[in-house]
Design a protein around this ligand. Sequence first.
Ligand SMILES: Nc1ncnc2c1ncn2[C@@H]1O[C@H](COP(=O)(O)OP(=O)(O)O)[C@@H](O)[C@H]1O
Ligand SMILES: [Mg+2]
Length: 264
Amino acid sequence: MATVLSITNQKGGVAKTTTSLALAHAFARFFPEKKILLIDLDSQRNATSILLGGAKDIPPEVSVHALFQASKPTSALLHQTAVPNFFIIPSSLHLVEVESQLSGALDGFFKLKDALEGLKNEFDLILLDCPPSLSVITINAMVAADFLLVPLQISKFSIDGIQNIRDAVSTVNRRYNANLKILGGCLTLHDGRTTLAQAMIPEVEKILPILKTSIPRSVAVEEAHLLRQDIFEYAPHNKVAVAYQNLAQELVPHFGWGAIEGMP
Ligand SMILES: Nc1ncnc2c1ncn2[C@@H]1O[C@H](COP(=O)(O)OP(=O)(O)O)[C@@H](O)[C@H]1O
Ligand SMILES: [Mg+2]
């Protein structure tokens, strides 16, 4: 049965998509026997355009739009990426229309969870790349997920934001999904040398545990995205590639997987 990991933060630009892509590639690469699925839940479709090409919109009937409408068997929505054991259910601009439909439906928070039931036997890990809002789609992700990872960039605003995520998770835990667990915050675009970042970490930790691995900044990330390559292919020895490999290694015990080969 697949573990479901949601990459969530209602702030934009904190590296949710970058982290979703890098983790999916790390898991797919270092665990070739595991089957990985990424679901792009953001109508801006950044993950989709990097993995499948950005020029054309994917028809809504073979995207996450159809998944929320339960209009097709979920297995018909899977798109193969360039990596054999890594699949994506792409996003669509039409996802926006789904939000109002979900808000009006009695079971509107459960659509994603229900849809994933049919896929959980087929995959080992399902990653959810969330939109930059605490919308009904993000709540769907929290209801469907086993674990939440919160990429965050240290700032005063990020502290207000993570309190909101904590509150949402408490409500989801109480009412919809007692199983959901926050794995922690992952510091992204991180410059550990600044005194501001150092001073704010204890403030963040009052709200959310912070994972050991942080992700530094590098132009290689943007360059790899432009070439639609993954960071391990584009710059395997870059500090960001190394950091994401470490993050993958830090997370796998939660999935009950063994260590990445060659890593302690
Ligand atoms: N480690 C990093 N170093 C440099 N740029 C990064 C890094 N991580 C993300 N970025 C860039 O920051 C921007 C926001 O990242 P993105 O993953 O799209 O965030 P989100 O999905 O949270 O909106 C993108 O332009 C991305 O290329
Ligand atoms: Mg994104």
